[in-house]
Design a protein around this ligand. Structure first.
Ligand code: ATP
Length: 220
């Protein structure tokens, strides 16, 4: 049975590297769908600049027109901190034994041991780690802390077809086309009144303009 991809992020704002990650991994692993999941209150990082509602709206605009992409709003609707383990537990109970794949960039995977109940994530889904500029996959293993390194070497699988064999538990990597776009850099461009074109969808740029988003400097 083709697997379902789940791709969480702050999406503050969503950009072409996020969308390319979803599209390329859907192709490479024959995923039936990738669900984009904007996080409401992320536990691991600075709080997003735009509200959950704005980030959800931008994610919906970005996904429109691609039948393989869907948007899952459950974290935006949930009170308190968003934990991926809770989201995966819910999706697992809805989807039965359909293989689930959690998608993330290599920078996120390196920090996985800081995630709430991180070892349980492997019981709920496969993890597909995408190359990100600055985080090459050939250096991934050496960048992982001990307990994660152990899990990684035990679970690493090189054949994409293996996502369909079992519902969860494997780790895969993907040499994503390198696109050095980050939401942080996009917010700096907005502050500098520079053009955003060709870095994120035009509809999302129009939404940012219309709602005057990201006009205040980051606190950090
Ligand atoms: P920031 O620049 O503010 O850190 P971000 O785009 O990294 O923003 P998120 O929206 O939370 O932050 O990212 C969601 C996911 O997308 C993460 O797993 C991250 O690793 C991945 N990702 C983001 N940008 C890229 C990129 N250019 N290449 C590959 N993966 C990326």
């Amino acid at each position: 049975m083709p697997a379902i991809g789940l791709f969480g992020g702050t999406f503050d704002p969503i950009h072409f590297a996020h969308l390319r990650l979803a599209e390329e991994i859907a192709d490479a692993f024959d995923l039936q769908q990738v669900r984009l999941i904007p996080t409401s209150v992320p536990p691991h990082r600075d709080q997003p600049k735009a509200s959950p509602e704005h980030r959800l709206a931008m994610t919906r605009l970005a996904a429109a027109g691609n039948s393989r992409l869907a948007v899952d709003a459950r974290e935006v609707g949930r009170a308190g901190t968003s934990y991926t383990v809770d989201t995966l537990t819910e999706v697992r109970s809805e989807e039965g034994s359909t293989p689930l794949c959690l998608l993330m960039g290599a920078d996120a995977f390196v920090a996985l041991t800081t995630w709430h109940r991180w070892t349980e994530l492997f019981d709920l889904a496969h993890i597909i780690v995408a190359r990100r500029p600055g985080f090459p996959l050939e250096k991934l293993a050496s960048a992982l802390p001990g307990p994660l390194h152990q899990q990684y070497t035990k679970r690493l699988e090189t054949q994409p077809e293996a996502v369909k064999a079992v519902p969860a538990g494997k780790v895969f990597t993907h040499e994503l086309t390198a696109l050095d776009v980050s939401a942080t850099a996009l917010r700096s461009l907005i502050l500098g009144q520079a053009s955003l074109r060709y870095l994120l969808p035009d509809q999302v740029i129009a939404y940012i303009d219309e709602h005057h988003l990201y006009r205040e400097p980051d606190a950090s």
